[in-house]
Design a protein around this ligand. Structure first.
Ligand SMILES: *Cc1c(COP(=O)(O)O)cnc(C)c1O
Length: 383
């Protein structure tokens, strides 16, 4: 039996090797490594792709969030509302500036921040909301923007998992005041190292991000504000520029894989028997399936069983933010955010990368069916 890894970047690289090498070579021959024409070209291309006027290349998705919060001049003691069910960088960026992450629980179907809980979390100290578009599906942005407008709050979209995702026709990163993207290699558009992008349709905010990215200097050595080194390098930009034209094709392949999983899981009987819950597509836009996350009982035992059979899985995320040691002083007990806590115990990401074959998808579904003791009869229908 072949193994099915969670992600196989080599499979993708094999399809674009010559182009990537030529781009890397171009940068090496130029000996222009930090910012410069490749980064500027990528900024324009990604901004256009995200339906945004401005794009500012930065050193990572984490730094995109940090510099975005610096650009709104977030002060120590102020509050930013976000979800406890996300990658650490979302809450970490808030805390690093001495501000306080204020969590609101998620919608148990989409795993995105539940906007119905937002209003109650707003205080006089609240400055911003960071919705996270988890797993490639956008948060319910209309009510998020409505609450933000009512209370004059900034909205910073954590779109690290959602490049090209849409909500009612609007692209991720184009609805809030600022959008934050990651080019970490495992994201849908991944570089050959760390990288990120901040998007905006607000000229003043975009300019502030650009200033902060280079230690607040303009011109060189004349520092009007304290920023940081959040620069993107030319090697990343050149490789990302090779990959960007392929992104829509890869997204279509991911969506096709998700459809195939849905069909096979329904045929398996596991869905009807409620042994697994499939990802819910909220139906208001384009889901780009950065992850295909199922919800199951005996999650850890299933993951171990699949691992023994060469099938890669991952838990995103095993500990909700409010239960992390570094946030212990917030004194948020077990039970504070029950939907996030339940999701952390029950969700499991399956391989969904574009290059998966139908046979590999079937192998994953068969193994999960075998774990739950399903009969073998249904397999004949697709093997
Ligand atoms: C990946 C990710 C980040 C951070 O991106 P890096 O480039 O790894 O720093 C932030 N938020 C979310 C939701 C992510 O998935």
């Amino acid at each position: 039996m072949n193994s099915v890894p969670l992600l196989d970047l080599k499979a993708q690289y094999a399809t674009i090797r010559a182009e990537v090498r030529a781009a890397v070579d171009r940068v090496l021959e130029s000996q222009y490594f930090i910012l410069g024409p490749e980064v500027e070209a990528l900024e324009a291309e990604v901004a256009a792709y995200c339906h945004c006027q401005y794009g500012i290349g930065v050193s990572s998705g984490s730094d995109a969030l940090l510099v975005a919060l610096m650009a709104i001049d977030l002060q120590p003691g102020e509050e930013v509302i976000t979800t406890p069910y996300t990658f650490f960088a979302t809450a970490g960026a808030i805390a690093r500036l001495g501000a306080k992450p204020v969590f609101v629980d998620i919608d148990p179907l989409t795993y995105n921040l539940d906007p119905a809980r937002l209003e109650a979390a707003v205080t006089p100290r609240t400055r911003a909301i960071i919705p996270v578009h988890l797993y490639g599906q956008m948060a319910d942005m209309d009510p998020v923007m409505a609450v933000a407008e009512r209370h004059s709050l900034y909205v910073i979209e954590d779109a690290a998992q959602a490049i090209g995702a849409e909500y009612k026709g609007q692209r991720a990163g184009s609805i809030g005041h600022l959008g934050c993207f990651s080019f970490f290699p495992s994201k849908n558009l991944g570089g050959v190292g760390d990288g990120g992008m901040v998007t905006s349709n607000d000229a003043a905010l975009a300019d502030k991000v650009r200033l902060l990215r280079g230690h607040g200097a303009r011109p060189k050595y004349h520092h009007s504000v304290v920023g940081g080194n959040f620069r993107l390098d030319a090697l990343q930009a050149a490789v990302l520029r090779v990959k960007l034209p392929y992104l829509d094709g890869w997204t279509t392949a991911r969506q096709h894989n998700a459809d195939t999983y849905r069909r096979l899981f329904i045929e398996s009987g596991l869905v009807a028997d409620e042994q697994i819950v499939l990802p819910v597509d909220a139906g208001n836009g384009r889901h780009i399936y950065n992850q295909f996350v199922i919800r199951v009982e005996q999650r850890d035992a299933l993951a171990a069983y699949l691992n023994e059979r060469g099938i890669g899985t991952e838990v995103y995320y095993p500990v909700p933010m409010h239960r992390l040691e570094c946030f212990a002083e917030m004194e948020l007990a077990v039970g504070a955010f029950p939907e996030s806590e339940a999701a952390a115990l029950e969700t499991l990401a399956l391989p969904i990368y574009p290059e998966l074959s139908e046979a590999m998808l079937a192998q994953v579904v068969q193994a999960i069916t075998a774990f739950y003791g399903g009969s073998a009869s249904w397999r004949a229908s697709f093997c």
